[in-house]
Design a protein around this ligand. Structure first.
Ligand code: GZL
Length: 330
């Protein structure tokens, strides 16, 4: 963690601690008649990191949407560490924000801090990733993609790509962050889609942590060990783009020697699809900001909101009119 970041976090936590000790938190501005003026809504957002272009776009979407919605945003970025997200949520509780939203880096380990938010009467929105908990009251709703469906879409493309013949199809999977909902869901959906076709063999699954550098590192090692890979199924474009670098360094033609299926829909991946280096891109919409802000306002006003608000994810394949794909924005 940089000194600047540590200083910022320290100041943030001291302020929150002082506010909580003073038992005051946020004091509504008084009006002439002594009633609290309409307070501008405060939303605390704990982002998980900046590991991919998808995440950067997601962050920009949240910040822009808060500005446009007139919501005061307290934003903390956890540098891929769950303990930092938990600290950020605790600081939001101490400050008595109106709503907390966060992208849980992994599915487990949230019950304690979310119980504290519940005790403080602060509603919680899960964004982008889900959690495992026995207490469904710990969060109000989830806003993001359906990762199992994304995996099913990827598997369905594979079945179309390899028509019925007897040839074994060897698959390498680049797994996202271990324990993360998108990685677990994309893995589950893909396996569900191909489980009835005995030709498909997943010969290796290795985590690249959703990062380009780690995707390249993983694929470099895999290529040294296996010389009969037919397909790469990668849980995100950043890892895929790193893997493509590794393939090219090994003299392998991506999209031809090895069929590539990837998820997110970054511009660079769509450009590689158009160049024939990738065969299928399953979209995962990062621009969740407007829905988060709209939902947060409804929750603050006491309106009912759906338990799951799913993004609509498209799929783009080598068989489509690729000029129809809109500019991606990330
Ligand atoms: C999916 C999101 C994933 C993206 C990756 O909703 O959580 O995290 O697929 C990002 O690019 O790192």
């Amino acid at each position: 963690m940089s000194f600047r970041s540590l200083k910022k976090k320290t100041v943030m936590l001291i302020c929150a601690l002082m506010l909580s000790l003073a038992g005051c938190g946020r004091e509504p501005a008084a009006t002439g008649n002594g009633n609290a003026a309409d307070e501008t809504m405060v939303l605390g957002f704990a982002q998980l990191g900046a590991e991919s272009s998808w995440r950067t776009c997601n962050t920009e979407s949240v910040i822009k949407a808060a500005q446009e919605a007139g919501i005061n945003l307290m934003f903390e970025e956890a540098e891929q560490k769950q303990e930092n997200q938990i600290k950020a949520i605790r600081s939001f509780i101490a400050y008595q924000v109106d709503v907390i939203a966060f992208a849980p880096i992994v599915k487990t380990g949230w019950d304690n801090v979310l119980s504290e938010a519940k005790a403080a009467g602060i509603p919680v929105i899960l964004t982008d990733r889900t959690i495992d908990t026995d207490d469904e009251s710990l969060y109000t709703c989830y806003i993001g993609s359906d990762f199992i469906t994304e995996g099913l879409m990827a598997g369905d493309f594979l079945k179309k790509k390899f028509p019925q013949d007897n040839k074994t199809v060897n698959i390498v999977e680049l797994f996202g962050t271990v324990g993360a909902a998108p990685a677990l869901g994309r893995s589950e959906g893909f396996r569900e889609a191909i489980k009835d076709d005995s030709r498909f063999h997943i010969i290796c699954s290795q985590s690249g942590d959703f990062m380009r550098s780690k995707g390249k590192e993983a694929m470099t090692g895999i290529l040294k060990y296996y010389d009969d890979i037919d397909v790469l199924y990668s849980h995100n474009d950043s890892m895929t783009l790193g893997a493509i670098e590794a393939m090219e360094e090994a003299g392998i033609s991506p999209g031809e020697d090895i069929v590539i299926i990837t998820i997110d829909g970054e511009q660079e991946a769509v450009d590689a699809l158009k160049a024939g280096e990738i065969n299928c891109v399953v979209e995962c919409d990062p621009m969740l900001g407007p829905t988060i802000m709209d939902t947060a306002k409804k929750i603050k006003e006491g309106e009912q909101v759906p338990r799951n608000i799913y993004s609509k994810d498209n799929i783009y394949t080598e068989w489509d009119d690729l000029n129809e794909i809109p500019p991606r924005g990330y």
